[in-house]
Design a protein around this ligand. Structure first.
Ligand SMILES: C[S@@+](CC[C@H](N)C(=O)[O-])C[C@H]1O[C@@H](n2cnc3c(N)ncnc32)[C@H](O)[C@@H]1O
Length: 333
C-alpha cells in the first residue's frame, strides 16, 4: 500500500527543506521518547518532531487505518457516509484514508490539540479539493463538546494517548457522536490491544454492535497475554527511509482495531487471526468465530471451504469479501 499521490506529493513538499540528517535525528529522539513513555507525556516537542512524525509515522498510520476501513466497508458495501469526525487527528492521516475508502465523504471535522499538527495537516490538505475545506478544531478531547453528528467517527492511534481513566468517557462521547460507524485503531501491541479490548467492552455495554474485526459482539475470547492484531505492508518513500536511516523500501505496520455500527452490517462469520499454514492436502486456520477461538483444519476434499481457505490471509474475514491485494502475507508472532 502507498499513500495517495496527492498526499505523497504534499508530504514530500512539506519535508523538502529538512535535511535528511535532521529528520533522522528528530525521528530517533521521537521514537526513543515514545518507546520510553508509551506516548505519555506527549513526545512531540518541536515543529521538527512533528515533521519527523509525518515522515515516519503518517504513512504507517494511514496504511493501518486504510486497511481497517476497507475491511469495514466489506461488511457494509451499500453504506455511503457523507460526514467524518477524525478525533485526535494529528496531521489528518485517518481523514485521507477515509475519503480514499469512501469518496462519498464531503464533510470533514478534525479535532486535535497540537497546533503544529493542525498547521501541517492543513498544509497537506490544501492540495486536495475535498479535504481543503475540512474544519479543524484545536481542542483537548477531554474537554471537547461535540456539535451535531457524523456518519463516520475515526480515532486512530489517539485513544491510548489519553490517561486511562478518561478513555471510557471519551469512547462514550465519540460513540454518541456517530450516527453510522465508530472505528478505533491502536498500535498492534499488547498495550494497544488492551486499549481496544477495554473500549470494545465499553461500547458493547452501551449497546453497540461490533462489525469488525470480530464476528460477534460477545466478550473477547483472546487469552490473557495474547493480543488480536493485524499487519499492513506499506511502501517507504525516500524521506521515510531517510528518517529511519534504513534502505528497505517497505515495512509492516501492526495494528489492532474495533469498529461498531448503528447501521446494518454483515460481520464476517470468522476472522483469520494468524497467517494460514498451508500443508500438503490441507490448510490450518486460526480463527475467531461466534463460538470463540478455533483451530480449523480445512481439507482439500472440502472443495468449497478449501477454495475459501486458499484465498484467506491474516486479517481476512470468512466468507471473504473483496479486499486489498497487497495485505502482507507475514505472520506477526
Ligand atoms: C499518534 S498521533 C495519531 C494521529 C493521527 N490520528 C494518525 O493516525 O496519524 C496522536 C494524536 O492525538 C493527539 N492527542 C493526544 N491526546 C489528545 C487530546 N487529549 N485531545 C486532542 N488530541 C489529542 C496528539 O496531539 C496526536 O496528534
Amino acid at each position: 500500500m502507498d499513500l495517495p499521490l496527492t498526499l505523497r506529493t504534499a508530504l514530500d513538499l512539506a519535508l523538502e527543506h529538512v535535511k535528511p540528517s535532521e529528520l533522522a535525528r528528530a525521528t530517533r529522539e521521537v521514537s526513543d521518547r515514545y518507546r520510553q513513555t508509551d506516548g505519555q507525556p506527549y513526545y512531540l516537542r518541536t515543529a521538527r518532531d512533528v515533521l519527523a512524525y509525518a515522515a515516519f509515522r503518517l504513512p504507517a498510520t494511514y496504511a493501518a487505518t486504510s486497511a481497517a476501513l476497507h475491511e469495514i466497508k466489506g461488511t457494509m458495501p451499500d453504506w455511503r457516509p457523507n460526514s467524518l469526525l477524525d478525533a485526535g487527528a494529528g496531521p489528518g492521516s485517518a481523514s485521507w484514508a477515509a475519503v480514499d475508502t469512501w469518496p462519498s465523504i464531503i464533510d470533514f471535522e478534525l479535532v486535535e490539540t497540537d497546533g503544529r499538527m493542525i498547521s501541517l495537516g492543513r498544509a497537506l490538505m490544501a492540495a486536495d479539493r475535498n479535504l481543503s475545506a475540512a474544519r479543524w478544531t484545536q481542542s483537548d478531547l477531554n474537554h471537547w463538546s461535540p456539535d451535531g453528528h457524523c456518519d463516520l467517527v475515526v480515532m486512530s492511534y489517539a485513544l491510548g494517548e489519553l490517561d486511562e481513566p478518561q478513555r471510557s468517557d471519551l469512547v462514550r462521547r465519540v460513540w454518541e457522536q456517530s450516527s453510522g460507524v465508530l472505528v478505533l485503531i491502536e498500535p498492534g501491541t499488547p498495550a494497544g490491544f488492551e486499549v481496544i479490548r477495554h473500549a470494545r467492552a465499553d461500547l458493547i455495554a452501551l449497546g453497540a454492535q461490533v462489525v469488525a474485526p470480530c464476528p460477534h459482539s460477545s466478550a473477547c475470547p483472546m487469552a490473557a497475554g495474547d493480543w488480536c492484531h493485524f499487519s499492513q505492508r506499506l511502501a517507504r518513500s525516500r524521506a521515510h527511509r531517510d528518517a529511519k536511516r534504513v534502505s528497505i523500501g517497505y515495512e509492516d505496520e501492526k495494528y489492532s482495531y474495533v469498529a461498531v455500527a448503528r447501521v446494518p452490517a454483515t460481520p464476517a462469520s470468522a476472522r483469520v487471526l494468524r497467517h494460514p499454514q498451508i500443508r500438503p492436502g490441507h490448510i490450518r486456520l486460526e480463527l475467531c468465530t461466534n463460538d470463540g477461538l478455533q483451530h480449523r483444519i480445512v481439507s482439500k476434499r472440502d472443495t468449497l471451504s478449501f477454495r475459501e481457505a486458499r484465498h484467506a490471509s491474516w486479517g481476512s474475514g470468512l466468507p471473504s469479501h473483496p479486499r486489498r491485494e497487497d495485505r502482507t502475507q507475514h505472520a506477526g508472532k
